[in-house]
Ligand binder design. Structure first.
Ligand code: DGY
Length: 447
């Protein structure tokens, strides 16, 4: 789909209006009502969007997020910044992160889990988009953020990978893709999930519960938070006793790409990037690539997650299977197999799809649900990562298609929605989702 110059300007204006409407001054609501606080990976994509409007504001977004970094290096998945007029559940009292010494002196309340580390990709993009005249002013701010990002990656490469497998262990479905069928079996093992009385706000806010996780899921999500709280969010204790430990190939792939992004920025960040940081980043990236290679199935052409507690492979066809692409694999055979899988009938080649975009779960999976959150819908940010990775891998024609189809999907649906029905192409989830508008701004400027 071609984007004419006129419609491009108009779309840019509409996307920018979403960011301005959700702007809280120094941070951005992930969406106006459903997600009124600062979310971690949302913030990184949002910074990319801001960079097209105001690079100073883009940096501020990341600085605010990293001001809530724990002493362990963890960057929390939500920073609770909205006031009482913006209700959200579960709020800070459910998490009670003050039980952890690593969070005790923070200026704000946060959750105690994290999300995929796309932040370094954002920092690199913000720098690329910084006009020459502003570089002397922006560079010291990049230098100040850099060691914080290294600490964040160090936390993931060590505390979240005590086995040094190159694969990050996640503790909770909210560490990325909430109700993905990837977690179904691990959640089903939890027999007694009695988190205590609670009232969900998300389903009443959205009006259509079929687009959100079920109450069965929520019982388990909240009960797992209780387990983490009991461990005082201490990684060693969590590793000893937590029932949900998954080697997540998507999360791990993002860390590989993010390590490469920090290496790209190392000269710029000098002297903030020490020689030993550079060595660590290179080692983590290498270990991550090797870890992912070990999870790759030549038969399916996909990478598979691994359940640490049961020792089982999680052999499902979801977007996460394309971890080698997201990590920028250097293996030509793997890349060819991934590209075949991507355009096969299981994914983008499925004839029922409205747009040739990567759905969160393959329509060929029994667990597929076209309207339900991470169980089928198309997520623009995932397709942004796909576009970005394909471009870096030299597959620019396929990358251009992802970009064109994504812009076509948003324009036709008439909404910067959280996610989209892969068959009808209609908007789902929250309207005016900040990270969707942000990636639209990046795509509109990139064609
Ligand atoms: C939600 O509120 O649904 C979020 O995904 C939790 O981070």
């Amino acid at each position: 789909m071609t984007v004419t110059a006129e419609s491009r300007a108009l779309r840019r204006e509409r996307a920018a209006a979403v960011l301005h409407a959700n702007d809280a001054g120094s941070w951005t609501k992930a969406s106006p009502r459903l997600y009124p606080h600062q979310w971690s990976w949302d913030s990184a994509f949002i910074a990319i969007g801001w960079a097209h409007l105001d690079v100073r504001r883009a940096l501020r977004e990341l600085e605010q997020l990293f001001s809530a970094q724990w002493t362990t290096g963890l960057v929390p998945h939500i920073v609770f910044r909205a006031g009482p007029g913006d209700p959200y559940f579960p709020g800070p009292e459910w998490w009670d992160c003050a039980v952890s010494p690593a969070a005790r002196n923070l200026p704000v309340k946060t959750t105690g889990i994290c999300q995929p580390p796309v932040h370094a990709l954002a920092l690199r993009r913000v720098w690329q988009l910084t006009p020459e005249a502003l570089r002397p002013e922006i560079r010291p701010r990049v230098q100040a953020l850099y060691p914080k990002m290294v600490r964040w990656h160090r936390y993931l490469a060590t505390q979240r990978d005590p086995e040094r497998s190159g694969l990050v262990t996640t503790y909770h479905p909210w560490e990325g893709t909430d109700n993905s069928p990837r977690w179904d079996r691990a959640l089903a093992r939890i027999e007694v999930a009695k988190p205590g009385p609670y009232t969900r706000l998300d389903t009443s806010e959205l009006g259509d519960p079929s687009q959100r996780p079920t109450d069965w899921d929520y019982d388990r999500y909240l009960w797992l938070v209780g387990q983490l709280r009991e461990c005082r969010y201490d990684d060693e204790q969590i590793y000893r006793q937590h029932p949900f430990l998954i080697k997540d190939v998507f999360f791990s792939a993002v860390l590989v790409a993010a390590n490469a992004a920090l290496l790209d920025l190392a000269d710029l960040a000098d002297p903030a990037a020490t020689a030993s940081d550079r060595e660590d980043l290179a080692r983590w990236a290498e270990r991550g690539r090797a870890g992912l290679a070990g999870r790759f199935s030549a038969e399916s052409g996909l990478c598979h997650d691994y359940d640490v507690r049961t020792g089982e492979d999680i052999r499902l066809r979801t977007f996460a299977g394309f971890a080698p692409i997201f990590a920028g694999t250097a293996d030509a055979g793997q890349l060819a197999a991934q590209l075949r899988a991507l355009d096969s009938g299981d994914f983008c080649g499925n004839p029922l799809l409205r747009w040739r975009l990567l759905p969160s779960t393959s329509p060929a999976e029994p667990a597929f649900e076209r309207h339900n959150y991470w169980r089928g819908p198309v997520w623009p940010v995932i397709n942004w990562l796909l576009w970005h990775s394909l471009g870096s891998l030299g597959c620019s024609a396929r990358a251009d298609e992802v970009r064109g189809d994504s812009l076509g999907e948003m324009a036709t649906a008439g909404e910067f929605a959280e996610y989209f029905d892969p068959f009808a192409g209609t908007a789902l989830g929250s309207p005016q989702q900040s990270w969707t508008a942000a990636v639209a701004l990046d795509w509109l400027a990139s064609g």
